[in-house]
Design a protein around this ligand. Structure first.
Ligand SMILES: [Zn+2]
Length: 152
């Protein structure tokens, strides 16, 4: 993704400004998540990227006012940037590509990912690898290697 200029202000405002600038640049519309899932006792909003019936590119994500939420936002946006919605790539390859684009873009722009964010991102790719492996889909070694690197 091309570099965009930051706005000064509070950290939360800085995250939001950055996130909305990227969504605008990609012509992507934001919605709050309509679904949630429960992991243990914690309810997670389910983030997603999709194309609406009227062809609008949409992401569903929480307000990007913290670094983990900004990462999630950029991950969903990356699915649009990489044109993942209508292609035939295996799920784990799409997850790998979106994760890598989001992290590379954020780190280039000075947002350094915490170990917790990297672990969660690795877990997400590994979940996708597991699902695809069970379907008999050949696993991309670069995706598996990237997930391992994220945990280091
Ligand atoms: Zn994803």
């Amino acid at each position: 993704m091309a570099a965009l200029v930051h706005n000064p202000g509070s950290q939360a405002e800085r995250y939001k400004h950055y996130a909305f600038a990227y969504a605008d640049a990609a012509g992507v519309v934001w919605q709050k998540p309509s679904k949630s899932s429960e992991t243990g006792k914690i309810k997670h909003a389910v983030a997603s990227a999709f194309i609406a019936e009227d062809d609008t590119k949409v992401i569903e994500a929480s307000t990007p006012d913290t670094l983990p939420r900004l990462y999630e936002w950029m991950h969903e946006l990356s699915h649009h940037y990489l044109d993942h919605i209508n292609n035939e790539k295996p799920y784990h390859v799409e997850e790998f590509e979106a994760t890598k684009m989001a992290i590379d873009t954020l780190e280039r722009d000075g947002f350094h990912m915490t170990p917790a964010i990297r672990k969660e991102a690795a877990w997400n790719i590994e979940q996708a690898i597991g699902k695809d492996r069970r379907k008999g889909i050949r696993i991309d070694s670069e995706a598996a290697e990237y997930a391992r690197e994220l945990k280091q």
